[in-house]
Design a protein around this ligand. Sequence first.
Ligand code: AMP
Ligand code: MN
Ligand code: MN
Ligand code: MN
Length: 286
Amino acid sequence: MSTLPINADLHCHSVVSDGTLTPEELAARAQANGVTLWALTDHDEIGGQRRAAAAARAAGIGYLSGVEISVTFASETVHIVGLGFDAEDPRMAQGLFDTRGGRGQRAHEIAAQLAAVGIPGAYEGALKYVGNPELISRTHFARYLVEAGFCKDTAEVFRKYLADGKPGFVPHRWASLRDAVAWITQAGGMAVIAHPGRYKLTANEEYALFTEFKAHGGQGVEVVTGSHTPAEYATYAGMAREFGLAASRGSDFHSPDESHTDLGQLPPLPDGLTPVWTLLADRIQH
Ligand code: AMP
Ligand code: MN
Ligand code: MN
Ligand code: MN
Protein backbone atom coordinates (compact mmCIF):
# COMPACT_ATOMS: atom_id res chain seq x y z
CA MET A 1 0.00 0.00 0.00
CA SER A 2 1.25 3.44 -0.95
CA THR A 3 1.86 5.96 1.82
CA LEU A 4 2.49 8.85 -0.57
CA PRO A 5 -0.07 11.67 -0.34
CA ILE A 6 -2.55 11.63 -3.23
CA ASN A 7 -1.92 14.26 -5.89
CA ALA A 8 -5.32 14.28 -7.59
CA ASP A 9 -6.03 16.34 -10.72
CA LEU A 10 -9.63 15.71 -11.69
CA HIS A 11 -10.30 18.35 -14.35
CA CYS A 12 -8.59 18.88 -17.73
CA HIS A 13 -9.28 18.91 -21.48
CA SER A 14 -7.87 17.10 -24.52
CA VAL A 15 -8.21 17.54 -28.30
CA VAL A 16 -11.47 15.61 -27.93
CA SER A 17 -12.93 18.94 -26.72
CA ASP A 18 -11.03 22.25 -26.47
CA GLY A 19 -7.60 21.18 -25.20
CA THR A 20 -4.53 21.03 -27.41
CA LEU A 21 -2.95 17.77 -26.14
CA THR A 22 -4.07 14.20 -26.82
CA PRO A 23 -5.30 11.99 -23.94
CA GLU A 24 -1.94 10.16 -24.13
CA GLU A 25 0.07 13.41 -23.94
CA LEU A 26 -2.02 14.54 -20.96
CA ALA A 27 -1.49 11.24 -19.11
CA ALA A 28 2.27 11.49 -19.62
CA ARG A 29 2.30 15.13 -18.51
CA ALA A 30 0.20 14.34 -15.44
CA GLN A 31 2.55 11.51 -14.49
CA ALA A 32 5.64 13.70 -15.05
CA ASN A 33 4.10 16.39 -12.82
CA GLY A 34 3.54 13.94 -9.96
CA VAL A 35 -0.20 13.35 -10.40
CA THR A 36 -1.21 10.02 -8.84
CA LEU A 37 -4.95 10.18 -9.59
CA TRP A 38 -6.18 11.73 -12.83
CA ALA A 39 -9.43 12.35 -14.73
CA LEU A 40 -9.89 13.67 -18.28
CA THR A 41 -13.04 15.83 -18.26
CA ASP A 42 -13.73 16.90 -21.84
CA HIS A 43 -16.67 19.23 -22.45
CA ASP A 44 -19.91 17.33 -23.23
CA GLU A 45 -17.96 14.37 -24.61
CA ILE A 46 -16.64 11.02 -23.36
CA GLY A 47 -15.03 9.94 -26.62
CA GLY A 48 -11.55 10.18 -25.07
CA GLN A 49 -12.26 8.06 -21.99
CA ARG A 50 -10.95 4.70 -23.19
CA ARG A 51 -7.72 6.25 -24.45
CA ALA A 52 -7.29 8.23 -21.23
CA ALA A 53 -7.85 5.21 -18.99
CA ALA A 54 -5.42 3.09 -21.03
CA ALA A 55 -2.80 5.86 -21.03
CA ALA A 56 -3.16 6.32 -17.27
CA ARG A 57 -2.66 2.60 -16.74
CA ALA A 58 0.44 2.66 -18.96
CA ALA A 59 1.78 5.64 -17.00
CA GLY A 60 1.11 3.90 -13.67
CA ILE A 61 -1.34 6.48 -12.32
CA GLY A 62 -4.90 6.00 -11.03
CA TYR A 63 -7.79 7.01 -13.25
CA LEU A 64 -11.39 8.15 -12.73
CA SER A 65 -13.69 8.52 -15.74
CA GLY A 66 -14.60 12.17 -16.29
CA VAL A 67 -16.73 14.68 -18.19
CA GLU A 68 -17.66 18.37 -17.88
CA ILE A 69 -21.28 18.98 -18.85
CA SER A 70 -22.55 22.39 -20.01
CA VAL A 71 -25.74 23.34 -18.14
CA THR A 72 -28.02 26.37 -18.29
CA PHE A 73 -29.04 27.57 -14.84
CA ALA A 74 -30.60 30.97 -14.05
CA SER A 75 -29.77 32.11 -17.62
CA GLU A 76 -26.07 31.42 -16.97
CA THR A 77 -23.86 28.63 -18.25
CA VAL A 78 -22.76 26.42 -15.36
CA HIS A 79 -20.44 23.43 -15.67
CA ILE A 80 -21.04 20.13 -13.89
CA VAL A 81 -18.17 17.67 -13.71
CA GLY A 82 -18.96 13.94 -13.58
CA LEU A 83 -16.43 11.54 -12.06
CA GLY A 84 -16.23 7.77 -11.72
CA PHE A 85 -19.27 6.91 -13.89
CA ASP A 86 -19.52 3.98 -16.30
CA ALA A 87 -18.09 5.49 -19.49
CA GLU A 88 -20.03 2.93 -21.58
CA ASP A 89 -23.43 3.98 -20.17
CA PRO A 90 -25.84 4.57 -23.11
CA ARG A 91 -28.03 7.19 -21.38
CA MET A 92 -24.97 9.28 -20.61
CA ALA A 93 -23.80 8.96 -24.22
CA GLN A 94 -27.22 10.02 -25.56
CA GLY A 95 -27.51 12.97 -23.16
CA LEU A 96 -24.08 14.26 -24.13
CA PHE A 97 -24.83 13.74 -27.84
CA ASP A 98 -27.96 15.89 -27.45
CA THR A 99 -26.02 18.53 -25.50
CA ARG A 100 -23.39 18.78 -28.24
CA GLY A 101 -26.12 19.05 -30.89
CA GLY A 102 -26.51 22.82 -31.03
CA ARG A 103 -22.81 23.63 -31.29
CA GLY A 104 -22.55 23.61 -35.10
CA GLN A 105 -25.38 26.11 -35.66
CA ARG A 106 -24.13 28.25 -32.77
CA ALA A 107 -20.66 28.34 -34.34
CA HIS A 108 -22.10 29.66 -37.63
CA GLU A 109 -23.96 32.36 -35.67
CA ILE A 110 -20.79 33.31 -33.77
CA ALA A 111 -18.95 33.62 -37.10
CA ALA A 112 -21.74 35.77 -38.61
CA GLN A 113 -21.63 38.13 -35.63
CA LEU A 114 -17.85 38.37 -35.82
CA ALA A 115 -18.06 39.07 -39.57
CA ALA A 116 -20.43 41.94 -38.77
CA VAL A 117 -17.72 43.56 -36.62
CA GLY A 118 -15.02 43.17 -39.26
CA ILE A 119 -13.69 39.66 -38.64
CA PRO A 120 -14.40 37.52 -41.72
CA GLY A 121 -13.82 33.79 -42.11
CA ALA A 122 -13.91 32.94 -38.41
CA TYR A 123 -15.89 29.71 -38.88
CA GLU A 124 -13.31 28.25 -41.27
CA GLY A 125 -10.53 29.67 -39.11
CA ALA A 126 -11.88 28.09 -35.92
CA LEU A 127 -12.42 24.76 -37.67
CA LYS A 128 -8.66 24.43 -38.24
CA TYR A 129 -8.27 24.08 -34.46
CA VAL A 130 -11.12 21.64 -33.92
CA GLY A 131 -10.13 18.07 -33.03
CA ASN A 132 -13.69 16.74 -32.79
CA PRO A 133 -16.19 17.96 -35.41
CA GLU A 134 -19.07 17.69 -32.88
CA LEU A 135 -17.27 19.90 -30.41
CA ILE A 136 -16.60 23.30 -31.89
CA SER A 137 -16.16 25.65 -28.95
CA ARG A 138 -15.54 29.33 -28.31
CA THR A 139 -11.97 28.32 -27.45
CA HIS A 140 -11.38 27.35 -31.09
CA PHE A 141 -12.60 30.77 -32.23
CA ALA A 142 -10.31 32.38 -29.67
CA ARG A 143 -7.27 30.52 -31.06
CA TYR A 144 -8.11 31.65 -34.58
CA LEU A 145 -8.56 35.30 -33.59
CA VAL A 146 -5.12 35.25 -31.95
CA GLU A 147 -3.60 33.63 -35.06
CA ALA A 148 -5.26 36.23 -37.31
CA GLY A 149 -3.84 39.03 -35.17
CA PHE A 150 -7.06 40.47 -33.74
CA CYS A 151 -5.92 39.89 -30.13
CA LYS A 152 -2.66 39.09 -28.34
CA ASP A 153 -4.00 36.06 -26.43
CA THR A 154 -7.16 34.01 -25.96
CA ALA A 155 -8.05 35.77 -22.69
CA GLU A 156 -8.22 39.05 -24.63
CA VAL A 157 -10.46 37.43 -27.27
CA PHE A 158 -12.95 36.40 -24.58
CA ARG A 159 -12.81 39.85 -22.98
CA LYS A 160 -13.39 41.70 -26.24
CA TYR A 161 -15.46 39.32 -28.37
CA LEU A 162 -16.73 36.08 -26.84
CA ALA A 163 -17.92 36.80 -23.28
CA ASP A 164 -21.61 37.42 -22.55
CA GLY A 165 -22.56 40.84 -23.90
CA LYS A 166 -19.68 41.05 -26.41
CA PRO A 167 -20.21 41.10 -30.19
CA GLY A 168 -19.42 37.42 -30.84
CA PHE A 169 -21.46 36.02 -27.94
CA VAL A 170 -24.41 33.83 -28.91
CA PRO A 171 -26.73 32.80 -26.06
CA HIS A 172 -27.25 29.07 -25.96
CA ARG A 173 -29.48 26.68 -24.03
CA TRP A 174 -27.48 23.73 -22.70
CA ALA A 175 -28.61 20.73 -20.60
CA SER A 176 -30.72 21.20 -17.47
CA LEU A 177 -29.07 20.82 -14.08
CA ARG A 178 -31.44 17.98 -13.27
CA ASP A 179 -30.57 16.03 -16.42
CA ALA A 180 -26.81 16.52 -16.14
CA VAL A 181 -26.76 15.28 -12.54
CA ALA A 182 -29.07 12.38 -13.47
CA TRP A 183 -26.89 11.21 -16.39
CA ILE A 184 -23.86 11.10 -14.10
CA THR A 185 -25.48 9.49 -11.06
CA GLN A 186 -27.48 6.92 -13.04
CA ALA A 187 -24.18 5.81 -14.56
CA GLY A 188 -22.77 5.23 -11.07
CA GLY A 189 -20.72 8.44 -10.88
CA MET A 190 -20.50 11.54 -8.72
CA ALA A 191 -21.68 14.97 -9.91
CA VAL A 192 -19.46 17.90 -8.90
CA ILE A 193 -20.10 21.64 -9.36
CA ALA A 194 -17.17 22.92 -11.45
CA HIS A 195 -15.34 26.16 -10.51
CA PRO A 196 -18.30 27.86 -8.75
CA GLY A 197 -16.29 31.06 -8.27
CA ARG A 198 -16.44 31.72 -12.02
CA TYR A 199 -20.18 32.16 -12.45
CA LYS A 200 -21.85 35.54 -12.58
CA LEU A 201 -24.60 34.46 -10.19
CA THR A 202 -26.10 36.60 -7.46
CA ALA A 203 -25.74 35.27 -3.90
CA ASN A 204 -29.35 34.06 -4.04
CA GLU A 205 -28.83 32.32 -7.38
CA GLU A 206 -25.66 30.64 -6.12
CA TYR A 207 -27.51 29.41 -3.04
CA ALA A 208 -30.26 28.07 -5.32
CA LEU A 209 -27.66 26.33 -7.50
CA PHE A 210 -26.14 24.50 -4.53
CA THR A 211 -29.56 23.69 -3.04
CA GLU A 212 -31.03 22.34 -6.29
CA PHE A 213 -27.81 20.50 -7.17
CA LYS A 214 -27.93 18.74 -3.82
CA ALA A 215 -31.65 17.97 -4.19
CA HIS A 216 -30.98 16.34 -7.60
CA GLY A 217 -28.33 14.08 -6.04
CA GLY A 218 -25.15 16.09 -6.63
CA GLN A 219 -22.41 15.26 -4.14
CA GLY A 220 -19.32 17.37 -4.77
CA VAL A 221 -17.89 20.82 -5.47
CA GLU A 222 -14.56 21.96 -6.86
CA VAL A 223 -12.79 23.86 -4.11
CA VAL A 224 -9.21 24.01 -5.41
CA THR A 225 -9.22 24.73 -9.16
CA GLY A 226 -7.14 26.75 -11.59
CA SER A 227 -10.16 29.06 -11.88
CA HIS A 228 -10.20 30.04 -8.17
CA THR A 229 -8.18 32.50 -6.16
CA PRO A 230 -6.89 31.37 -2.74
CA ALA A 231 -9.70 33.43 -1.16
CA GLU A 232 -12.18 31.40 -3.23
CA TYR A 233 -10.62 28.13 -1.97
CA ALA A 234 -11.71 29.26 1.51
CA THR A 235 -15.13 30.48 0.35
CA TYR A 236 -15.98 27.20 -1.38
CA ALA A 237 -14.49 25.08 1.39
CA GLY A 238 -17.10 26.83 3.55
CA MET A 239 -19.83 26.06 1.01
CA ALA A 240 -18.75 22.40 0.88
CA ARG A 241 -19.12 22.18 4.67
CA GLU A 242 -22.42 24.09 4.72
CA PHE A 243 -24.00 21.88 2.04
CA GLY A 244 -22.37 18.62 3.08
CA LEU A 245 -20.56 18.25 -0.27
CA ALA A 246 -17.30 16.42 -0.94
CA ALA A 247 -14.45 18.57 -2.28
CA SER A 248 -12.59 18.20 -5.57
CA ARG A 249 -9.30 19.49 -6.95
CA GLY A 250 -8.46 20.04 -10.62
CA SER A 251 -6.33 22.33 -12.75
CA ASP A 252 -8.75 22.75 -15.70
CA PHE A 253 -5.62 22.47 -17.85
CA HIS A 254 -6.25 23.06 -21.60
CA SER A 255 -2.89 23.80 -23.22
CA PRO A 256 0.79 24.37 -22.37
CA ASP A 257 0.52 27.70 -24.25
CA GLU A 258 -2.68 29.00 -22.65
CA SER A 259 -3.21 27.51 -19.21
CA HIS A 260 -1.66 29.28 -16.26
CA THR A 261 -2.17 26.23 -14.03
CA ASP A 262 -0.40 23.05 -15.09
CA LEU A 263 -1.53 19.53 -14.22
CA GLY A 264 -0.90 18.53 -10.60
CA GLN A 265 0.47 21.90 -9.46
CA LEU A 266 -2.35 23.25 -7.30
CA PRO A 267 -2.19 23.41 -3.49
CA PRO A 268 -3.84 20.59 -1.53
CA LEU A 269 -7.45 20.77 -0.39
CA PRO A 270 -8.01 22.74 2.82
CA ASP A 271 -8.18 20.59 5.98
CA GLY A 272 -11.43 19.17 7.27
CA LEU A 273 -13.05 18.44 3.89
CA THR A 274 -14.03 15.07 2.45
CA PRO A 275 -12.08 14.61 -0.81
CA VAL A 276 -14.24 13.28 -3.64
CA TRP A 277 -11.72 10.48 -4.23
CA THR A 278 -12.30 8.96 -0.79
CA LEU A 279 -15.97 8.43 -1.80
CA LEU A 280 -14.96 7.15 -5.25
CA ALA A 281 -12.29 4.70 -4.10
CA ASP A 282 -14.06 1.71 -5.69
CA ARG A 283 -14.38 3.56 -9.04
CA ILE A 284 -10.65 4.23 -9.43
CA GLN A 285 -9.03 2.30 -12.28
CA HIS A 286 -5.45 1.17 -11.61
P1 AMP B 1 -18.07 26.97 -25.00
O1 AMP B 1 -18.35 25.67 -24.32
O2 AMP B 1 -17.97 26.85 -26.49
O3 AMP B 1 -19.00 28.07 -24.58
O4 AMP B 1 -16.60 27.42 -24.56
C1 AMP B 1 -16.29 27.53 -23.20
C2 AMP B 1 -14.80 27.44 -23.01
O5 AMP B 1 -14.20 28.68 -23.31
C3 AMP B 1 -14.41 27.17 -21.57
O6 AMP B 1 -14.42 25.81 -21.29
C4 AMP B 1 -13.01 27.72 -21.52
O7 AMP B 1 -12.10 26.75 -22.02
C5 AMP B 1 -13.06 28.85 -22.49
N1 AMP B 1 -13.21 30.16 -21.81
C6 AMP B 1 -14.32 30.68 -21.28
N2 AMP B 1 -14.08 31.91 -20.78
C7 AMP B 1 -12.77 32.16 -21.00
C8 AMP B 1 -11.90 33.25 -20.72
N3 AMP B 1 -12.34 34.37 -20.13
N4 AMP B 1 -10.59 33.15 -21.10
C9 AMP B 1 -10.15 32.05 -21.74
N5 AMP B 1 -10.92 30.98 -22.01
C10 AMP B 1 -12.21 31.04 -21.66
MN1 MN C 1 -12.75 24.65 -22.05
MN1 MN D 1 -15.60 24.82 -17.12
MN1 MN E 1 -12.99 22.74 -17.85
